[in-house]
Design a protein around this ligand. Structure first.
Ligand code: PBG
Length: 323
């Protein structure tokens, strides 16, 4: 045998030398949940160690993360039912919880990359990402609502707009609206290939944002498809997306690779709530080594081609890397 691959695995020094991928704090974007009130820190039942924070505690949490070297965050709001309506009006309310919070976060931490969520579901009494009429999700009528949210977020100082709604044409629509208002430097990280997934369960618990009827299959993608991801990617690329995201990540590693191979803009992977919950549950039962599985999973996403990983593990990994 002239070629013995094991020679390159024989010591930690050699393994280190030939290692192709590494996980660093720079790769991770930490999603955070926001609630109304003061001094609130409420654990999400299906996500151990992940909390919904009121603004005061959210700022403290970000501060702690920044000292661990994390620089990128996404904030998702959890609103009481009485703030929700058919048109998701609260989403663009400049005096509302979400927009005020973005403003405060950027004031305190001007150096971080702050990403938002653009979709109707946290504010919608129907619990859908788009406008509902007679049981249908209206695409084009939703775009203006998304644009109003986007502009309010950009004005608050958000660095990256995150349309997670899957309406057709929204990236170009939002890009134009941003540019018209002079927000030429506000980036868009499009949820390009977002699948209709059961892995979002714990997130919907965290935000009380489950759809009130039906499912999201007329706008989120069919898990059986990959060609369709290329169509979505082509549109988002042409419409000016700065990043393209694949979501969920774990069961969609092939899609991450597909987009990475076809496009030369950064690819993000969203290691979603259900993926987090599975690892935590397995570890709690003592059936897997949670820490090792966490690191292996995230490294796998990098290897597949993710430049950025949105993950609830971000702080835990940052803590480990710091040690
Ligand atoms: C909704 C949105 C969802 C997530 C992010 N934005 C859920 C959904 O589409 O129902 C899920 C994130 C996660 O599960 O961690 N706009």
């Amino acid at each position: 045998m002239l070629r013995r691959p094991r020679r390159n695995r024989q010591s930690a020094a050699i393994r280190g030398m030939v290692e192709e991928n590494q996980l660093t704090v720079n790769d991770m974007l930490f999603p955070l949940f926001l609630v109304e009130g003061n001094n609130q820190k409420i654990e999400v039942q299906s996500m151990p160690n992940i909390y919904r924070y009121s603004l005061d505690n959210l700022l403290k949490e970000i501060d702690g993360c920044v000292s661990l070297g994390l620089n990128s965050f996404a904030v998702f709001p959890c609103l009481p039912e009485d703030k929700k309506d058919k048109y998701a009006t609260e989403g663009a309310n400049k005096e509302g919880l979400y927009i005020k919070t973005l403003e405060k976060v950027k004031q305190e931490f001007p150096q971080i990359a702050l990403m938002t969520d653009v979709a109707m579901d946290p504010y919608s009494s129907d619990g859908h990402d788009g406008l509902v009429e007679n049981g249908q999700i209206l695409n084009d009528e939703t775009l203006d609502i998304l644009a109003n949210m986007t502009l309010a977020q950009a004005e608050a100082g958000a660095d990256i707009i995150g349309p997670s709604d899957m309406m057709d044409g929204r990236v170009g629509y939002l890009r134009n609206k941003l540019d018209e208002q002079g927000y030429i430097n506000t980036s868009i990280m499009s949820y390009t290939a977002k699948y209709a997934s059961a892995y979002y369960g714990p997130f919907r618990d965290a935000l009380d944002s489950a759809p009130k009827f039906g499912d999201k299959k007329t706008y989120q993608m069919n898990p059986a498809n990959s060609k369709e991801a290329l169509i979505e990617a082509q549109l988002d690329f042409e419409e000016g997306a700065d990043f393209m995201m694949v979501k969920p990540a774990l069961a969609y590693m092939d899609i991450i690779k597909l987009l990475k191979d076809h496009y030369n803009i950064p690819i993000a992977a969203y290691n979603v709530s259900g993926e987090y919950a599975m690892v935590k549950a397995g570890a709690e039962k003592g059936w897997i080594d949670g820490e090792k599985v966490m690191l292996e999973t995230l490294l796998g996403m990098k290897r597949a081609g993710a430049d950025v990983i949105l993950t609830y593990f971000a702080k835990e990994v940052a803590t480990l890397l710091k040690k």
